[in-house]
Write a new protein. Structure first.
Length: 306
C-alpha cells in the first residue's frame, strides 16, 4: 500500500520541525520544501510547484511569527503566504488541506475559555492584530473554498501558545517561554540577583509543548474526515506569567528575585482555549509543563547557548 503524499509548508519552523521529528511521520511521504525551494509569497511559483508534486494533502504550517515585539514592529510581513497556498491548492485540485491557525485569531479581553464559535465576534488584541488578521484571512479562505465546492475539504487547527524545541530564543522574535528561558539562563550565567518581568506578572497564558501539537497534527491527518472546519488544540488550562518564570527558574537553577516593569505591554490578561471538541474526538496533550520545559532547556543548551 502506497504512502499518502503530504506537502508540509513551514518545515523549517518550530511546528514543522517538531512534526518532522514525530515517530509516526515515516508513515507518510512528506514533501517539505524550504523557503529557498518554494517562495510562498509568489503565487505563480506556488501553483507551479503544486501542479508538479501533486500532493494528496497539504499541511500549511508556514508563517512569519514572533512575540509581541515582532507583532508590533512588522505587521505587514504577516500577510501573503496563506492566501497563496490555499488558492494554489484550490486551483491545483488538491482536495484536502490542514491549515495551522493561532489562538491570536480570537478576540481580546475574553476571560472565559475561547470557543471556536467566538472567532471574529469582537475586537482583536492590538499587540498582535496584523498576525491575527493574516491567520484569520487564511482560515476564512479555507472555509469559503469548502463552502463553494464541497469536494474541497480545508480545515483549520487552532493551537494555543506553543513552546519547545526549534523555538526562536532571540528577545526580539521569541514567544514568552523561549524568551523567559533565554533571560533566566543569561541571569544565572551572569550571576544576576534578579530578572525583569514585563507587566505585573499576573496575566495568564496557556502554553503547550510543540511536540504535542505535532502529535495532534498526526491525529488530525488520521481523523481528518471527522474534524470540524475549526478545532482548538490545547491544554484547556492556564497559569500566570510569574508562574512560568518560577517554573523556568527551577529548571535552570536560578534563585534570584523577579522584578516587574508595569510600563511594558503584556497583551491580553487571559487567553486559554476551550478544548471540548478536541477532547470529545479523542485527543489530549501528553507532555507536562515540567517535562516540556526540561526538554526545551536541553535543546537551548545544545543548540543556542553554545
Amino acid at each position: 500500500m502506497s504512502k499518502k503524499t503530504i506537502l508540509l509548508t513551514g518545515s523549517g519552523g518550530m511546528v514543522g520541525q517538531n512534526l518532522l521529528e514525530h515517530p509516526s511521520i515515516s508513515s507518510y511521504d512528506i514533501i517539505s520544501p524550504r523557503s529557498n525551494e518554494l517562495d510562498l509569497r509568489d503565487f505563480e511559483k506556488v501553483e507551479k510547484y503544486l501542479l508538479k508534486c501533486k500532493p494528496e494533502m497539504i499541511i500549511h504550517a508556514a508563517g512569519k511569527v514572533g512575540g509581541i515585539q515582532a507583532n508590533l514592529r512588522e505587521p505587514v510581513k504577516f500577510l501573503d503566504m496563506g492566501r497563496n497556498i490555499v488558492m494554489g491548492a484550490y486551483k491545483s485540485g488538491i482536495k484536502k488541506l490542514i491549515n495551522i491557525g493561532t489562538s491570536c485569531m480570537y478576540p481580546a479581553n475574553i476571560s472565559e475559555p475561547l470557543r471556536e464559535d467566538m472567532l471574529m465576534t469582537e475586537k482583536l488584541e492590538e499587540t498582535n492584530e496584523g498576525y491575527a488578521i493574516a491567520k484569520l484571512a487564511t482560515a476564512r479562505l479555507c472555509e469559503y473554498v469548502s463552502r463553494e465546492d464541497s469536494s474541497f475539504d480545508y480545515k483549520t487547527l487552532i493551537p494555543c501558545n506553543l513552546y519547545g524545541k526549534f523555538d526562536k530564543f532571540k528577545a526580539d522574535y521569541s514567544h514568552l517561554v523561549a524568551a523567559v528561558i533565554h533571560k533566566v539562563h543569561q541571569a544565572k550565567k551572569n550571576n544576576a540577583n534578579e530578572v525583569e518581568v514585563w507587566g505585573d506578572g499576573m496575566a495568564r497564558r496557556e502554553f503547550m509543548y510543540a511536540g504535542d501539537l505535532a502529535d495532534a497534527i498526526i491525529w488530525a491527518i488520521n481523523k481528518f474526515d471527522e474534524l470540524p472546519k475549526y478545532i482548538n488544540i490545547g491544554l484547556g488550562v492556564d497559569i500566570t506569567i510569574d508562574e512560568y518564570y518560577k517554573k523556568v527558574a527551577k529548571v535552570i537553577g536560578f534563585n534570584g528575585a523577579l522584578t516587574h516593569d508595569i510600563t511594558k505591554p503584556v497583551g491580553m490578561m487571559r487567553k486559554v482555549v476551550n478544548t471540548d471538541i478536541q477532547t470529545n474526538l479523542g485527543w489530549q496533550p501528553k507532555t507536562s509543563l515540567e517535562v516540556g520545559l526540561q526538554k526545551t532547556y536541553e535543546f537551548y543548551l545544545k543548540e543556542i547557548a553554545k
